[in-house]
Design a protein around this ligand. Structure first.
Ligand code: AMP
Ligand code: MG
Length: 412
């Protein structure tokens, strides 16, 4: 048996980022930027007004007060999108709108709410500070600056930046296409009523959704029977993908042919028992440069193995820098007992409300217990050399979805 850490390292050594492709920025959300993005212009491109108000020479207002207001002549109107007609001189003001370029000579903008307009003039009753309400050219970023680094994930903020710097298309890493094949003579597709002795192919759907959650593209290959021929036939269709996932048939049962068939197809197959629970049997190999994972058949085992090994691999293929789930410390609400020798991933509910993080280990940890998976939002990680923890111990928790960050009512 090998450790989770060394299985992970061995797998990731074989994984290379995919090529780049150009996409429109409207379709770039969630993709990984493949090139440094540099600004060709300052932002803002020119000094401009942060308010609707009057552009003026600030020193004209130095002595302005309620009892001794300053009156300036309004020389023209300046809407956003127009250019200043001429410079502002002492004694003058320009009626300016938010975003309009500051006229030459203007050293401040006074907001309209602090003024009174009167017959082509404006009355100001308090000093205006130099620089007030003027956004300086380049105060956000200057031409030539790298504004997004290669390897960043596109969030709405990155789309804002790409559009701000005037980039309509961007090079991103290709999305991994991932073939998903379920194996087992007992499996039927979800559209059928299972006959006696048969069960639903739930892994095929769960794995496809895990793939999609990574931002990759699942290719559902359905079900292969437990024969070499059936596996060969289905797996040959997997070769157009960038990565191959199978579930089931990797243990030591009489019908567990997946490792043999992957090997026959040219995979430099590595088969392990990984020291983890659930998820012990795992086959991994590389066929024609493509990683192939033989995941265990038990639904929770295959999901846990996906989370620990496939997810980081797909994120690396997609060019991501941060490929591992973060872990948090939380206080246990109940004892957890494990057998030493394997790293345990205990399905749990992490709660971040009130007085810090608490985590509840859930009842029903069998590798086929789907209902526990549905109630869980995280795994408690129990190291291989541990025999568990006591209530109120601080433990390491790995959330696997963002539900932990959401709540019913607002949190102000
Ligand atoms: P195996 O590794 O093929 O021996 O399968 C282990 C267990 O997982 C058995 O109980 C299988 O019936 C179950 N299993 C295998 N594949 C799937 C699947 N695609 N969906 C749901 N259960 C499965
Ligand atoms: Mg099987």
């Amino acid at each position: 048996m090998i450790s989770v850490e060394s299985a992970s390292e061995t797998i990731l050594r074989e994984i290379k980022p995919l090529d780049l492709e150009s996409v429109e920025i409207v379709s770039s959300l969630g993709r990984v930027i493949g090139e440094d993005i540099r600004a060709v212009r300052n932002n803002p491109p020119w000094d401009n007004s942060a308010m609707d108000g009057y552009a003026l020479v600030a020193s004209d207002t130095d002595k302005a007060s309620d009892s001794d207001p300053v009156t300036l002549k309004v020389v023209y109107d300046l809407p956003a999108g127009s250019l200043p007609k001429e410079a502002v001189k002492s004694g003058q003001a320009v009626r300016i709108m938010t975003g309009a370029p500051a006229p030459d000579g203007a050293t401040a903008v006074v907001m309209v709410e602090k003024t009174q307009a009167l017959n082509g003039a404006v009355i100001i009753k308090a000093p205006v500070k130099a620089g007030e309400n003027i956004r300086k050219s380049g105060e956000d970023f200057k031409a030539g600056t790298t504004v997004i680094k290669a390897g960043s994930v596109v969030r709405p903020a990155e789309v804002l930046m790409l559009a701000t710097v005037g980039v309509p298309f961007v090079f991103v890493r290709k999305r991994p296409r991932v073939a998903v094949l379920s194996t087992g003579d007992e499996l039927v597709d979800v559209y059928n009523v299972p006959a006696a002795g048969k069960i639903m192919n739930s892994n095929g759907y769960a794995l496809a959704s895990l793939v999609a959650e990574c931002g990759a593209e699942p290719i559902q290959l359905g079900i292969a029977g437990d024969t070499r021929e059936s596996l060969h036939e289905k797996l040959s269709k997997a070769m157009k993908a960038d990565c191959i996932l199978t579930s089931g048939g990797v243990s030591v049962g009489d019908y567990d042919f997946v490792k043999d068939v992957l090997k026959e197809m040219g995979s430099s197959m590595i088969f392990w028992k990984v020291a983890m629970k659930p998820g012990k049997p795992l086959a991994f190999g590389v066929i024609g440069g493509k990683p192939a994972f033989g995941l265990p058949g038990n639904p929770i085992s295959s999901m846990v193995a996906f989370e620990q090994f496939v997810r980081p691999a797909l994120l690396k293929m997609a060019g991501r820098r941060d490929i591992f789930r973060r872990t948090f410390s939380a206080r246990l609400t109940k004892d957890v007992k494990t057998k030493p020798g394997r790293m345990n991933f205990i399905r749990a509910e992490l709660r971040l409300d009130g007085s810090g993080a608490t985590v509840e280990p859930l009842e029903g940890q069998g590798s086929g217990v789907v209902s526990t998976m549905v109630r869980a939002n995280s795994f408690i990680i129990v190291p291989a050399d541990s025999s568990g923890f006591k209530k109120d111990d601080t433990v390491k928790v790995q959330p696997f979805d963002s539900s932990v960050l959401l709540r019913e009512g607002h949190g102000y």
